[in-house]
Write a protein that binds this ligand. Sequence first.
Ligand code: PAN
Ligand code: ZN
Length: 167
Amino acid sequence: MEVFIPDFNFVIDGRKSVRKVSDMMSFWNDKDAAQKAVDAGDPLVYEVYACETTGEGELSYALTILYPGKVGQEFYMTKGHFHQKLTGEVYLCLRGKGKLVLENREGNTRVLEMSPGKVTYVPAGFAHRSVNTGKENLEFMAVYNTDAGHDYGSIERDGFKELITKE
Ligand code: PAN
Ligand code: ZN
C-alpha cells in the first residue's frame, strides 16, 4: 500500500505585522511620552512573522522581534492579549533579555524572565505581554493553538497591573 506522507516542514510564511509607537497609543502608560516619540519619527517597536495553519487542533507559530527602547519610563513591549479560547501557549526565547508578564481575569499576575534558551509556558486564561528590558533585540518564538483567537480589547481598556520600568 502506498502511503502519502505530507511535508510538515512548514516555515515562517513571511506574514508580517509591524507595530510602531503610534499603533499602540492606548497601550502606553505615558501618553505624552508616546506622542513625543511619534512626533520624533514614530519608531518601530516590534514585528511579527507568523506561520498560521488552518484546521481544528492544529498549532500555529510566530517569531516576534521586539526592539530595544523606552516610551517614558516604560520599556518597549508588545500590546499583549488574552486568547479568546481557553488555550495555553509556549514561548521560546532566542535572543536578548526581557520579561513575560502574565495576568488572568482575576488580576493574578506573574512576571517571568526571558533569556536565550528559556522556555516559558503561558497557562490558559492568562493575558500575556513581552517586554524588552535589554539593549539588543528580544526575539522569541511562540507556539499557540490555531483556533486561539486574540483579544486585544480587554488589555486596551484595562491594561496590565504590572508596569515594567526596571530591568
Ligand atoms: C505572540 C504575539 C506576538 C505579538 O505570537 O502575538 O508576540 O504580540 P501581540 O499579539 O500582543 O501584539 C502570541 O502570543 N501569540 O498568541
Ligand atoms: Zn498569545
